[in-house]
Design a protein around this ligand. Structure first.
Ligand code: UDP
Length: 391
């Protein structure tokens, strides 16, 4: 275990503030995974807190971003247009210049209310404004960005003021170079996922027994990110209507209305319905196929679980590259219509060797140590910054 080299007179543990927002489930999952890794690898050496910067520090209507995100994602053209219009160094700069008069007060309050020894952003939209407010306040507090999109990473992820930018893939690194970030400031590590994914799987039969799933029937796990997004309902009903020999395990996440609608449906196929689940590693390891929207967190977790996937939707812009990444590497299939999901699922059920091939491809892409390596990088950043402050 690496020790944190603290200042001889400094008894206080370094305080790390994670800037995230509940726009989807991925940013919270990523922050929690890094905090978990810090606590496991460096117990008692840091303190940390999570700040939902939209909810707590942005003016309306931006403060409603967590609530706006699910309905906005159902308008793919608008979502995609917003992404592409703002994606570019100059465009992103212009966007933040326009927003600055509205957001700067909140950011100043954030600095007052959450002083830190290290700020870590896991959200694409906070990097430029955080960099600016730190500079304006003459604060040299280290600032690290952990990029939680896999491939089509928006320009806003990359701020020149960030001391370090941790990216999950080579493509995300290359995009950073394109947006003017020095190679030395970036590290390719992976997307942070919960520690449980790193450990040897629990006994599959036992996990299935605990979940109440039949042992002898393949399980299709359906997930639409943290908010139950995409055509989850239509897709589940199409699989049910096709009478495929599977068990359906459907996770509606925080989408309560979706869960209620699913509960009212007269399922013909053995079906298990869930709201927001805490034990995603167990679910993924006990399932045979994942049917999901192309969320980066879910995909990265499925890689580690060796769970081949059928991607039924994506957010235009930011999740487009995820689909290519999965498909080009043979880890899954892009299948944007419920009928084609049914066809692909049928094919994988009748050709298990193809499913196995995709499962192997998943494992080849897995980065199970990412959270641990990110925790180490954060500790290193604190060490480097505190050393340079003393010189
Ligand atoms: N998740 C979870 N429980 C649920 C649904 C989702 O823990 O019931 C987690 C999932 O494991 C992943 C994250 O929420 O870590 C979703 O992130 P992703 O990037 O896939 O999609 P987002 O919700 O951010 O659009």
């Amino acid at each position: 275990m690496t020790e944190l080299h603290s200042h001889p007179f400094q008894t206080k543990r370094p305080h790390i503030v994670f800037l995230f927002s509940d726009t989807g489930g991925g940013h919270r999952s990523a922050s929690n995974a890094i905090i978990e890794a810090l606590e496991l690898q460096y117990p008692q050496q840091t303190t940390h807190e999570l700040v939902d910067i939209f909810r707590e520090y942005a003016p309306p209507p931006l403060s409603h971003a967590p609530e706006i995100y699910p309905p906005l994602s159902r308008m793919p053209r608008l979502f995609g247009a917003g992404f592409h219009i703002s994606d570019g160094r100059r465009r992103a700069r212009l966007m933040y210049q326009l927003l600055w008069p509205y957001i700067q007060r909140g950011l100043r309050r954030l600095l007052r209310e959450h002083p830190a020894d290290l700020y870590v952003s896991v959200h694409q939209l906070f990097n430029t404004p955080m960099a600016r407010i730190l500079t304006l306040n003459h604060l040299d507090t280290p600032f690290v960005t952990v990029v939680t999109d896999l491939v089509t990473t928006h320009a806003a992820w990359y701020s020149e003021r960030a001391n370090r930018i941790i990216v999950p893939t080579q493509v995300a690194f290359d995009r950073g170079r394109k947006y003017g970030i020095a190679a030395a400031r970036m590290q390719i590590i992976g997307l942070p996922v919960a520690d449980q994914f790193r450990h040897a799987p629990r006994d599959r039969a036992q996990t299935r027994a605990e979940l109440g799933w039949q042992q002898d029937r393949p399980v299709a796990l359906l997930v639409g990110g943290g908010e139950g997004m995409g055509p989850l309902e239509e897709t589940a009903k199409a699989i049910d209507a096709a009478g495929l020999p599977v068990t359906l395990a459907i996770i509606a996440g925080r989408n309560k209305r979706l869960k209620e609608r699913l509960e009212r449906h007269p399922w013909q196929t053995p079906c298990f319905l869930y709201g927001f689940v805490q034990k995603m590693p167990d679910f993924m390891r006990a399932a045979d196929v994942l049917v999901t929207k192309a969320g980066p967190g879910t995909i990265s977790e499925a890689f580690i679980a060796g769970l081949p996937m059928i991607l039924y939707s994506r957010l235009n812009g930011q999740e487009e590259g995820n689909v290519d990444y999965v498909v080009d590497n043979g880890a899954g299939i892009w299948s944007p219509r419920p009928e084609s999901v049914v066809n692909h699922l049928r094919r994988w059920l009748t050709h298990p060797e193809e499913r196995q091939g995709a499962a192997q491809a998943c494992l080849a892409l897995a980065r199970p140590e990412a959270s641990q390596q990110i925790a180490a990088a954060l500790m290193e950043q604190i060490r480097v910054s505190s050393t340079s402050l003393r010189i």
